[in-house]
Structure formats: structure tokens, C-alpha cells
Design a protein around this ligand. Sequence first.
Ligand SMILES: Cc1cc2nc3c(=O)[nH]c(=O)nc-3n(C[C@H](O)[C@H](O)[C@H](O)COP(=O)(O)OP(=O)(O)OC[C@H]3O[C@@H](n4cnc5c(N)ncnc54)[C@H](O)[C@@H]3O)c2cc1C
Length: 443
Amino acid sequence: MTDRDKAEIFIDEPRRRTPVAGRYDVIVCGGGPAGTAAAVRAAENGASVLLLERQGSLGGTWTGSLMTWLMDVENKSGLLDRLTDGICSLGSLYCRQHGDYSFCPEDMKCVMEQMAVEAGVSLLYHTMLAGVITEVPQGGGVPAVKGVITESKSRRQAFLAPVIVDATGDGDAAAMAGCSFFMGEEGTGRMQPMSMIALVCGLSVRDVRPFCLNYESCPGEAQRHFQELFASCGIRLSYSMPVLTHLKGDLFSVSLNHEYQVPCDDARQITDAVIRARAEVLGALHKLAAADKRWESAIIAHTADAIGVREGRRIRGNYTVTREDLISGRTFEDGICDVTFNVDIHVSGKTGSGSWDDGGVCVKPYQIPLRALIAADVRGLVLAGRLISGDFYAHASYRTGGNILKIGEAAGVLAAAAARTGVAPDEVPFDVVREVLGSGIGT
Ligand SMILES: Cc1cc2nc3c(=O)[nH]c(=O)nc-3n(C[C@H](O)[C@H](O)[C@H](O)COP(=O)(O)OP(=O)(O)OC[C@H]3O[C@@H](n4cnc5c(N)ncnc54)[C@H](O)[C@@H]3O)c2cc1C
């Protein structure tokens, strides 16, 4: 039960007049990888764009949550190439044989921010989306978005736009606008766990090489070695397959924590999870430093500003990608992203065996159609990132880095085209989006 559900006393706030602080063609809510890609692509396609973000940097899970390993990146040119070129030039990025990328989160922040600024995106940090303004057309019908309400140091403000992109990861904008959504596995409600990741420095690459994702040809081997190291020191972890990633110089990221069944829309439960997670991460690394010589000089430089949320709301769109689509390798006339990644469901409780499973799905390369990025219940709302319309299993596959970026790009191009031509996103001809995104999408 949430704090909201428990409330017995309610306050009636006096009628408030909220100042309109700006008008744009497109407002992107959430500056994670999907939101950044959407904002950059929308601005490059002629739209005036506001990108609002509750943290003080772009990148979301990739930076604020210190998730530093991009998967399913092969054959995903476009913005991905520009990002990887940018972080390579800063000395980040180790490329493994089969194509995944690791990166330093500070470099990623910097490159994304410059990219957005150069594209002419208006950035607004430390700004929380607090509401979505919708209007039901005269004579009834589906409500249409008109703008957003934000809360920040500038207090409560309104920003207006005919097209809004929800890239909050958790689907906050869509939920506020009244869209229907799914959370967790249909039938069971199980959800993927959250994780608190940390940055560690002061280690010798030579000493810890066998535990690093970067240097083993099979990532599972490195994780198994790392797990055995903790076990040999008598340290029990909530995530049974911990991950060590070499980022740059003597900087590493460590992921060893799982927080189970924490809903993305409950601040109290998220706070409790953060406190538990941080204590576990610091405790485990201090014990390791005391027990193993190779770790005695390790310095825990930083724990993530935001706990990593693998799964939040999945918003109902004009098409929902399903488990069956993954099994059959379905393609679509309006395909915008080719996904090759397997289903990766992290265990949902401490009692689960292993650390992840594929839900019995053998994935054939499949596509995400543009329709899965268009909210079904509210006009003018485009979906970007992990919150697009898909079932529990499909989400567990396309949520990986390369796909998230491509989805964001398509969302941005679509949003700009809709705003420019004054039509709803589902009225934009697919050829317009295909033409801009170019090769590498659709068939
Ligand atoms: C622990 C963990 C490990 C993972 N491991 C891998 C991996 O190894 N490889 C891989 O490729 N992928 C991995 N992923 C998946 C991948 O990183 C994510 O799916 C991807 O980052 C999602 O991007 P997004 O832009 O959709 O959402 P997010 O990255 O969650 O970004 C959402 C943004 O919106 C902002 N926001 C949210 N609500 C509001 C609001 N109300 N107002 C204003 N701003 C708001 C947030 O601050 C954030 O910046 C992992 C994810 C997690 C959590």
C-alpha cells in the first residue's frame, strides 16, 4: 500500500494560476538515452524542442544510474555512431569482440549534453514533470495533449506544445495524461528488480582482469569468477551474478545488488530500496577489500544518484509487441528498429534460482513497429524508450541500449513531423519517418 493509498486526510489546495513559461513544437519529458535521442532528432528536423529532466544531466540509466554497458548495438548506426565517436574521443569505451560497448558515465553525460545543445534543444534540468494538460475536443472523443506542468526551483510552471514525447522510462507523462498501461508480468505481476550500481577506482586492471566483463570472451564467465570471489570471502549478495566493468584508467563499475518487487511509482518503497541497496553495496565492497589483497586499495568513488529501474509502466500503444512476435521474428511495414537481443528477465525474488531467465522464448531477430510508439488513448503523445507498448517478455528484450536509442530517434522524427504538419502522430505517413531515419530501419 502506498503513502497515497494510506492517506486519510486530504488538503484542498486553493485554486492555482500557473504561469505559462514557454511554447514549443515538441516537449520531451525525461532526458535518458531515449529522451535525449528523441529531442536531438526532433530539433534536427526543424522542431523547437524543450527537454525536461529531473536530474542534473542527460543519460538517465546510462549516467545517473551508472549502467555502463550497451548491448544490441550492432547495425544500429545513426545517433549511436555519433555517441560512440564522441566518447571514444574522450578516451572512454572498450569494444568487445562481439560488439557491446562499455563507457565512462561522465564522458557519456558530456557528449549527450553537447549533442543536445548543438542541435538547439532547450534543456531544463532539475525539473520534475508534475502533470500533463489535456483537452477533450468539442463533441467528445480522445483527449489531446496541450502541454505539461512542471515543478522545480522556478516553482510550478506550464509549458505548451501540440506534441509530447514521454521518455520518462516509467511512463509518468502517459499515466498523468490518463493512458492505460501494463506493469509486471501479465497474470503474476512479477517485475524485474532494481539495482544500485557503484563506481570503484584504485584497482589494478591486471589484478582484477578475470572478473571484468570487458576481457572475457563470454561475459557469463567473468560474472561467475566474480561471484566465486565474493563467495570465497563469505560475502552473500542479493544479485547472484555480480558484474565488474572496466571503464577507463583505473575506473570500474560494480553491479552486485537486486531490489525485488519495488514498484516504479512508489517513492517510499523506492527510498527504502535505495537505503538497503547502498548499505549492501558499501558493506560488500568493504568486506571484499578486507578479505582480498587485490581489492585492499579499492576506493568506492560513487554510488548511483538514481537506483537503476529495469522496468516500469509499459504504455498501451496502437500496437503492442508480444512474445509471439519475438518467437516468429515478426517484421512490420512500419518497422523502426531491428532487435536481436534475447529475453533477459532478472529473477524477481531472493528465492529464484540463477540470476536471469529467457522466459522460454527463443528470439528470432524481429522489429518494433512505429505504432508501438504512439499512445492509444491520448492524441499527440509519442512514446520513447523502455515504456513503449510491449508485453513483459518483449520489454525484457528490446530494453537494451542500442534499441532504446533507435526507438528514441524514431520518436523524435515522428514528433517533429507531427508538430510541423499539424497532424496527430498516427496521421504522419511512415515514409516521412523512414526517409529521415534512412537505412537500418524497416524492411
Ligand atoms: C540495473 C540495470 C542494468 C541494465 N543493464 C543493461 C546492460 O547491461 N546493457 C544494456 O544495453 N541495457 C541495460 N539496461 C537497460 C537500459 O539501460 C535501459 O532500458 C535504458 O537505459 C532505458 O532508457 P530510457 O531512456 O527508456 O529510460 P531511463 O534511462 O530510465 O531514462 C528516463 C529519464 O527520465 C527521467 N525522469 C523520469 N521521471 C521523470 C519525471 N517525472 N520528470 C522528469 N524527468 C523524469 C529520469 O531521470 C531519466 O533521466 C539495464 C538497466 C538497468 C536498470
